[in-house]
Design a protein around this ligand. Structure first.
Ligand code: SAM
Length: 317
């Protein structure tokens, strides 16, 4: 489960809180992708460019990184991070960034005149930068509009969905995607509340979840609203559907012998990745690679990360 609240944020030198996103399993990802000079790499979830910064160093000036993200705002951070990397060391790859879902990587490659790619990375979920922006509505830690769209031009916000979803479907989603045992009580509370007033702020949703939980469950190790927020976010962004489409696009685009690495944070995502790699690739990770205790200490978000990787099979002649 992605338990992120404010993980990845840190205090700046002046004491101000500065959102940063620490790339998870960075060394493990670079190693299993077997990067070398001249490769064409798709980072399908480029985010703030944490993994991408290291990738452009590894593939050097003859390489090409094509980065995609469905959040246009975060691409501004990626662009800045990658420009800084280029300034710090001249020997980095060509970079092209596209505001597209990873399922559209073929279109992004075609726009760059590239017939395919040698490596694909998908690092799923949300970035700490998105969680740290109250106006994006992802976080239960601060009040904001109940939005949660990764792509701000997408038609349905979390508030829209909560206004219309049937109680049973809401309970099922909170149970399935949030693994929340009190899903039915929470769904009932939300549906009762929306008859009185629309649920449009994150603070309202937090209060409703808290009110629905029995007292002991309000004092759990993780914030009691974590699971419900995660479930709603996964629905609003169709995250499992996106993953299936992105994996299919990756094997389409990879050259035979190319590698696909996926970092997931949710058991359902990990299951989809595991079965997909088994069916479509030669699997390099019989068991998923997980973060070390050291990494978990310095970046709690890495606690639930699972890295899997496969090689696209050579096609029979
Ligand atoms: C965990 S962050 C990636 C962080 C990045 N690896 C880094 O080190 O900075 C996930 C990113 O994937 C993006 N994302 C999620 N689903 C996506 C999709 N279907 N297509 C493209 N981008 C997606 C999110 O907007 C977010 O920026």
């Amino acid at each position: 489960m992605d338990e992120t609240s404010t993980n990845g944020s840190s205090k700046g030198g002046d004491g101000s809180r500065q959102p940063v996103h620490l790339p998870v399993l960075l060394q493990e990802t670079l190693a299993i992708l077997e990067l070398r000079e001249g490769l064409v790499v798709v980072d399908g979830t480029v985010g703030a460019g944490g993994h991408a910064r290291a990738i452009v160093q590894a593939i050097g000036p003859s390489g090409h990184l094509v980065g995609l993200d469905r959040d246009s705002e975060i691409l501004v951070s990626a662009r800045a991070a990658l420009a800084a990397a280029a300034e710090a060391s001249g020997a980095v790859a060509r970079v092209s960034l596209h505001h597209l879902p990873h399922a559209s990587m073929q279109a992004a490659l075609a726009a760059e005149g590239l017939p395919g790619c040698d490596r694909v990375l998908l690092d799923l979920g949300v970035s700490s930068l998105q969680l740290d922006r109250p106006d994006r509505g992802f976080s239960f830690m601060v009040d904001g509009p109940l939005d949660m769209r990764m792509d701000a031009s997408a038609p349905m916000t979390a508030a829209d969905w909560l206004a219309s979803v049937r109680e049973e479907a809401l309970a099922d989603a909170i149970f399935q995607f949030g693994e929340e045992r009190y899903s039915r009580r929470i769904a009932r509370r939300i549906v009762e509340a929306r008859r009185r007033t629309p649920i449009v702020r994150t603070r309202q949703l937090v209060d409703l979840v808290m009110g629905a939980l029995p007292a002991p469950a309000r004092h759990s190790r993780i914030h009691p609203a974590t699971r419900t927020f995660q479930a709603i976010r996964m629905v609003v962004n169709d995250e499992l559907g996106e993953l299936e489409r992105g994996l299919a696009a990756a094997v389409e685009c990879l050259t035979p012998g190319g590698r696909l690495a996926v970092i997931s944070f949710h058991s359902l995502e990990d299951r989809i990745v595991k079965h997909f790699l088994r069916a479509q690739c030669e699997v390099l990770t019989k068991k998923p690679i997980e973060a070390t205790e050291d990494e978990i200490r310095s970046n709690p978000r890495s606690r639930s990360a699972k890295l899997r990787c496969g090689v696209k099979k050579e096609t029979a002649a």
